[in-house]
Write a protein that binds this ligand. Structure first.
Ligand code: GLU
Length: 428
């Protein structure tokens, strides 16, 4: 290939991997099919508010560093902005903007009374001490004081943030308000206003929609072979719960290797092995496999639950799964959608498949505001009801409008947000 072609191909892939362009492509298709007028389309597309903060933080060695953070509130039409905060060295405003719009559509697909938001801080949590992470989190929260709040914008964990991060946000916000405000963030520790069932909720939601999809294929759990990419909060939990339901997990893929066993992997044993050795490789209950190849194994269900853009125009043709359950946000590029559709893959799109997390965040916010906490069985029962109803709404829409599931999910979501905006009207 000549250099110019290589450069063109790289530029095309860079565009394909830009999450904001990916979000736009899906949005445009749904808006067009819904026949939304131009004005409303502009309102739905545009983020309501984007804030950039440059936060000075003292490092452990005495140096002063400045970190850049973002918070984007994409929509407040159906309720307070809702969505996680990620810490990563490569966070960009485009990414946070795209993720915030996905949160708007996600909350609308599962019909919970929130808009969408997302935050990010450019930092490398791997090289920061707990004290440095705490100071970054607290200063970031203090800078955003005026735009956060249980009725305005409610953050949650996302990549590289966790219960501890949420406890620091809750505490910082509460110190400024002079009283404890638990409902300002979700995904908190249980004894600080967290909800039972929240840590498992995203993986549990993936299991619920996968079991619904299996019914459409006439597959019983025992006949079902699953490949899972990611063995963290989402993938690890999905693996354990699917294993408990009798599905056979034939491969688990992590960034540093993959495990394969056609007779089935026990994810509980694999977790023990990882705890002991620091990696999923060299596991006695399976054989090591190239993580790139494992994604293309023949299977019934593939659950990408790790990163964005793992299925793209250059590799989508090699996917051999019948069902794709998107545990991660944005694991499939817009260009790959068409290839998967032509292959007849039944896609459970991210804004539906991984909505279990934000659904239980909603339950957490409700419980905090009531000061009355539910038992885990009740949380799981209500999660199941919402996920099954949302799955049925999306596939019924796809069937009746002859569109793929992703377009259907976006159409259902856009229609709900557009409805709210029309009813509220535009304040001038
Ligand atoms: N970060 C999660 C997501 O992308 C959870 C968001 C939340 O609970 O607000 O859905």
């Amino acid at each position: 290939m000549i250099l110019e072609d290589v450069n063109n191909q790289e530029a095309a892939l860079e565009r394909e991997f830009n999450p904001w362009l990916a979000a736009e492509t899906r949005f445009n298709e749904a808006a067009l099919r819904l026949g939304l007028d131009d004005g409303l389309t502009k309102v739905l597309r545009s983020p309501a508010m984007e804030v950039t903060v440059h936060i000075p933080v003292g490092l452990d060695d005495g140096r002063l560093e400045v970190f850049t953070g973002y918070r984007v509130q994409h929509s407040l039409a159906r309720g307070p902005a809702k969505g996680g905060i990620r810490f990563a060295p490569d966070v960009t405003l485009d990414e946070v903007r795209a993720l915030s719009s996905w949160m708007t559509w996600k909350c609308a697909v599962v019909n919970i009374p929130f808009g969408g938001g997302k935050g990010g801080v450019i930092c490398d949590p791997k090289i920061l001490s707990p004290g440095e992470l705490e100071r970054i989190t607290r200063r970031y929260t203090a800078e955003l004081m005026d735009i956060l709040g249980p009725e305005r914008d409610v953050p949650a964990p996302d990549m590289n943030t966790n219960e501890q991060t949420m406890a620091w946000i809750m505490d910082t916000y509460s110190m400024h308000k002079r009283h404890t405000v638990t409902a300002v963030v979700t995904g908190k520790p249980l004894n600080l206003g967290g909800s039972r069932g929240r840590p498992a909720a995203t993986g549990r939601g993936c299991r619920i929609v996968t079991l619904e999809a299996l019914k459409r294929f006439g597959l019983t759990p025992a006949d079902t072979e699953v490949v899972i990419q990611g063995f963290g909060n989402v993938g690890g939990m999905a693996a354990r719960l699917m294993h408990e339901s009798g599905l056979k997990i034939i491969a688990i893929i992590e960034y540093d290797g993959a495990v394969y066993n056609p007779r089935g992997i026990n994810p509980f044993e694999l977790e023990k092995h990882r705890q002991a050795t620091g990696s999923i490789t060299h596991f006695a209950g399976g054989e090591d496999m190239d993580p790139q190849e494992a994604l293309f194994l023949p299977c019934d269900v593939l659950v990408p639950a790790a990163r964005e853009n793992v299925i793209h125009s250059q590799n989508a043709g090699k996917i051999q799964a019948k069902i794709l359950c998107e545990g991660a946000n944005g694991p499939t590029t817009a260009q790959a959608d068409k290839i998967l559709e032509d292959k007849g893959v039944f896609v459970i799109p991210d804004i539906l498949a991984n909505a279990g997390g934000v659904t239980v965040s909603y339950f957490e916010w409700v419980q905090d505001r009531q000061g009355y906490f539910w038992n885990e069985a009740l949380v799981n029962e209500r999660l199941e009801e919402i996920m099954v109803n949302s799955f049925n709404d999306v596939v019924a829409f796809a069937d009746s409008h002859k569109v793929n599931n992703r377009t259907a999910a976006y159409m259902v979501a856009l229609d709900r947000v557009a409805f709210a905006i029309r009813l509220r009207g535009i304040y001038a």
